[in-house]
Design a binder for this molecule. Sequence first.
Ligand SMILES: Nc1ncnc2c1ncn2[C@@H]1O[C@H](COP(=O)(O)OP(=O)(O)OP(=O)(O)O)[C@@H](O)[C@H]1O
Ligand SMILES: [Mg+2]
Length: 237
Amino acid sequence: MPMSSPILQASDLQKVYGAGESRFHALRGVSLDIAEAETLAIVGPSGSGKSTLMHVLAALDRPDGGTVRFRDQDLGALTQRELDTLRNREFGFVFQQFHLDEGASVMENVAMPLMVGRIPRRDRREAVLQALEPLGLEGRIDERAGNLSGGQRQRVAIARAIVNRPRVLFADEPTGALDQENGEKVARLLFDLHEQYGLTLVMVTHSGELAERCGRQVSILDGRLSDPASTTMEGAR
Ligand SMILES: Nc1ncnc2c1ncn2[C@@H]1O[C@H](COP(=O)(O)OP(=O)(O)OP(=O)(O)O)[C@@H](O)[C@H]1O
Ligand SMILES: [Mg+2]
């Protein structure tokens, strides 16, 4: 029996891209429970479906079959608008390639989820400063994002991911584009956020070393989890 009900529960997920000749079955029946405040690594070779799975879990994409539940709520039953609101409130995202607006300031980049969530302008700067502070970037708030180094950009992306105080942080190869030293800094920050706020961390990574530091690892191969026994949540920490 699980200790508590999972924060996320995926059941028999299917995802098919394209049609006809180019049809590709990217998820083939993935079931996975994720416990509140656990750290989970999703590992597997290139093209195995890691990003696809993460996007479906994070409600960035809808599955073609199966269900995702967030705190017992079936995401498939929500309208797009309801889904967008839930994602904005509950989930944060960090991607390999940062996805910042390079021409905009750090402030504007980090405030983006606050604008989506209709947080009044007068409250945004304080929230952005609070998100930047643990990342050591509060002094760069008015800098153009494009002027920052790769490691700093990824820290700005993390600040953007946590500015709304999400319950789940999804990170897709968060250290993939960084050198060893900056990768280690970013990894440490992610685990610190988990420790401090009980943030649930779901991380796709090629780094065996990073995956080892997570409470649990699941491997995906050709759209299937390779060890179904690992998909229950005994490893939460
Ligand atoms: N939008 C798309 N249209 C068609 N096929 C896609 C699309 N996105 C992904 N795929 C295919 O689905 C499969 C899984 O892709 P996915 O991006 O999930 O892999 P991944 O495990 O994240 O790989 P990587 O480690 O290289 O990032 C791949 O074969 C990919 O080519
Ligand atoms: Mg990927």
